[in-house]
Write a protein that binds this ligand. Structure first.
Ligand code: NAP
Length: 327
């Protein structure tokens, strides 16, 4: 019996590739490790299943061309690059990889927070340039995490994992989101507030919401001006949650103290991006989930979701369950 035809944008970890063996007939859509958009356009009518890493937008036009497609298995928890309504209309299952990358992404938020608080970039540069000539009570001094207020925007899996870590650092936790999560408040000593109150009261603001129509541009000039002048903005969610031009002004004109970023409006970040010039902005190349066990978990889940869907079972991480009424 012939196996279902599957395409992958990039090679994923063996934990996923080995599961595919025997179940599907797969082809890689990449050249030198980079996804090849031309191959995607050429082959999409043949695909019954997809494993999609980052970077390719799946809109109505994409799904219209994918006549045989049953499942688009995402190698990510975020699915803001997918038109879920269109996928559902075309009877295509969309799956993601929640949970397995929660801790690694929360660790990344803490790393950005610590690096920003303790001026890691500036202090390291000064030391490498020979500026550490004597110990001084006032040189290299940053901000304390302990007793600072952390405001978390989006109290989902990652937002709560950040809260858990911040609690261990002695921080006071505020959160906001579209739904109050009273069941976690006592355990995480977290107080539910409006976005405005959170921005006004927080020393650190961590963005952990999904990117949706409602959260696109959520943090723009008005919101940045509401933050404390010595506050730091951390973004491990999605770049488009923040107006990046406004953030540049905020960090260069002193509306806020600085930022720690893992995600950007445009990725990879172009070398003429003005934020690259600012020393009070710590920038990482979208490494939230880039830890061995997390990536192995993502590969495994992406493969399991794909195989379950192609073999007629309900995949464990179905993003659009309403599609089941259409297939
Ligand atoms: P999750 O558990 O689904 O949490 C997403 C949270 O966003 C939910 O609490 C949701 O609220 C909230 N939200 C949705 N719309 C909102 C709005 N209008 N205002 C405020 N909050 C809103 O997902 P997760 O695993 O924590 O992941 C969160 C996001 O992190 C992902 O969507 C992804 O974009 C990003 N991420 C980035 C990396 C990275 O490498 N930097 C890695 C993993 C994930 P409800 O509780 O009401 O649904």
């Amino acid at each position: 019996m012939s196996k279902p035809k599957v395409f992958l944008t990039q090679l994923i970890q063996d934990t996923g590739m080995s599961l595919l063996e025997g179940h599907v007939d797969y082809t890689l859509w990449s050249i030198d490790g980079k996804p090849d958009p031309e191959a995607v356009l050429r082959d999409i009518p043949l695909a019954e299943g997809l494993i999609m890493t980052m970077g390719i937008r799946m809109d109505r036009d994409f799904f219209q061309k994918a006549a045989k497609l049953k499942v688009a298995s995402l190698y990510s928890v975020g699915y803001d690059n997918v038109d879920i309504k269109a996928a559902t209309e075309f009877g295509i299952m969309v799956t993601n990889t929640p949970g397995v990358l929660t801790d690694a992404t929360a660790d990344t938020a803490m790393m950005l927070m610590l690096m920003s608080a303790r001026k890691a970039r500036e202090n390291e540069r000064i030391m490498r340039e020979g500026g550490w000539t004597h110990w001084s009570p006032n040189q290299f001094v940053g901000k304390d995490l302990s007793s600072s207020v952390l405001g978390i925007v989006g109290f989902g899996e990652i937002g709560r994992a950040v809260a858990k870590r911040a609690l261990a650092f002695g921080m006071k936790i505020l959160y906001t989101g579209r739904t109050r999560k009273a069941e976690y408040e006592e355990k995480l000593c977290a107080e539910y507030v409006t976005l405005e109150a959170l921005l006004e009261r927080s020393d650190f603001v961590s963005l952990n919401c999904a990117l949706t129509k409602e959260t696109a541009g959520l943090i723009a000039e008005r919101e940045l001006r509401m933050m404390k002048k010595d506050a730091v903005l951390i973004n491990t969610a999605r770049g488009a949650v923040v107006d990046q031009k406004a953030l540049f002004r905020a960090c260069s004109e002193g509306w806020i103290c600085g930022a720690g970023l893992d995600v950007y409006e445009k990725e990879p970040v172009p070398m003429d991006e003005p934020l690259l010039k600012l020393e009070n902005v710590v920038m990482m190349p979208h490494i939230g989930s880039a830890a061995v066990r997390s990536r192995e978990g993502m590969a495994r889940l992406a493969a399991v979701n794909l195989i379950e869907a192609l073999e007629g079972r309900i995949p464990p991480n179905l993003v659009n369950p309403e599609v089941l009424k259409r297939i």
